[in-house]
Design a protein around this ligand. Structure first.
Ligand code: COA
Length: 367
């Protein structure tokens, strides 16, 4: 049975920074309160021309470059997002088109902030089963578009950004070792974005009622998160036959420093074993774990051969954890420049649209 290795990683965040002081000009809050209660100092906010697909493509190209893999070699693209570009088409298809990944199947996976763990596990299982060889998993968000900038309970928390991993089959042991996925829909109402779905299609009334904004019971979500982080980590370790002493790093969902500190207490681990960068990005939902990973790998903290657990939680309610051995790119000959495929992808997309248009004219003539 092939192993599923994480061979490429990349991230992309908007340039625009929103500090706590900036937010204190919009709602009754202050920098000291936000830092103390959440650990967040600032977050990135997408410009009008930045979307989950554009950030996702940038992160994906960086990940493909590290993996030294052509977009045309991808068999599968899973995009997970709590702020997808549309209900449909899937953001994954937009990314597929912009990358020029002509062989890849593409779909979106929705498990709120746990999405990246779920998606990584699905891609790994597809590789482990032998049905595919190369997969791209993308977590990408422009959550700022769904934040009520008058609600101090939520607007201090969220930020925009994207992270992507390339997974590849290899006979070498390692890569994804185990994963656990959980849900509890009885807590569905604790964290929601109701407007625009088929229960509350967008109307003047839904907009008036603010249904197009994130609604959250912060205290309850906090309580739930502190309960599940340590237990899910332990479950993933048990499933991989590992003890906590055998792993070097925990990469938690970057929601609130106090939630991470509670997980550290639950696992009896020092905070130094946790990768944390939420002070600079806030909660980027599905992108938070890969962004934290990418930064930790790039600054040399996470090294090949080390074992780690990624653990997340979010709306749904959902939570899960995934244990992996960090291996790095599969050595290969040649040097791939995935960004060069973008021009080709643009041209290919245009040609396909033109062909579809001409076919449409001919078809109408035949009728
Ligand atoms: N600035 C200043 N004061 C604020 C505030 C803000 N941004 N938000 C709330 N407060 C006030 C409250 O009104 C309350 O005042 P009161 O005691 O006079 O009523 C006080 O601060 C304490 O509020 P509370 O809601 O108990 O704060 P908290 O410590 O629970 O922190 C959250 C609030 C939202 C930061 C915290 O509950 C949290 O992080 N929850 C988890 C959210 C999460 O992770 N969501 C994403 C999941 S993927």
């Amino acid at each position: 049975m092939p192993y599923a290795h994480i061979t490429g990683w990349g991230m992309a965040v908007p340039e625009n920074i929103l500090t706590n002081d900036d937010i204190s000009k919009m709602v009754e809050t202050n920098d000291a309160w936000i830092r103390e209660r959440t650990g967040i100092h600032e977050r990135r906010i997408a410009r009008d021309n930045e979307f989950p697909s554009t950030l996702g493509v940038e992160a994906s190209i960086n990940a493909l470059r590290v993996a030294n893999l052509r977009p045309t070699d991808l068999d599968l693209i899973i995009c997970t997002s709590s702020s997808p570009e549309y209900i449909f088409p899937a953001t994954a298809c937009l990314i597929q088109d912009q990358l020029g990944a002509r062989k890849a199947g593409a779909f979106d996976l929705l498990a709120a902030c746990t999405g990246f763990i779920y998606a990584l596990n699905m891609a790994a299982q597809a590789i482990r089963s032998g049905s595919i060889k190369n997969a791209l998993v993308v977590g990408s968000e422009t959550l700022s578009r769904f934040v009520d900038w008058k609600d101090r309970n939520t607007c201090i928390l969220f930020g925009d950004g994207a992270g992507a991993f390339v997974l590849q089959a290899s006979e070498q042991p390692g890569g994804v070792l185990s994963a656990v996925m959980h849900s509890d829909g009885s807590g569905a109402d604790l964290l929601t974005l109701e407007g625009g779905g088929s229960r509350y299609p967008a109307t003047e009334a839904t907009v008036r009622e603010g249904k197009h904004y994130i609604q959250m019971d912060g205290k309850e979500v906090f309580r739930f998160a502190t309960r599940v982080m340590a237990s899910a980590t332990q479950e993933a370790l048990d499933a991989a036959g590992l003890t906590i002493e055998q792993i070097q790093w925990i990469i938690p969902h970057q929601a609130n420093i106090r939630i991470i500190q509670a997980a550290a207490r639950g696992l009896k681990l020092p905070m130094e074993r946790f990768i944390v960068n939420l002070e600079r990005y806030g909660n980027t939902s599905t992108a938070s774990i890969p962004i934290a990973m990418v930064e930790a790998v790039e600054c040399g903290k996470i090294k090949p051969g080390e074992k780690l657990v990624m653990v997340g939680f979010g709306g749904g309610l959902t939570w899960g954890a995934l244990a992996a051995e960090w291996t790095g790119p599969i050595p290969s000959k040649g040097h791939v420049r995935p960004e060069q495929y973008r021009q080709f992808a643009r041209l290919r997309s245009l040609v396909r649209r033109a062909i579809r248009f001409i076919e449409g004219l001919l078809y109408r003539r035949e009728l």
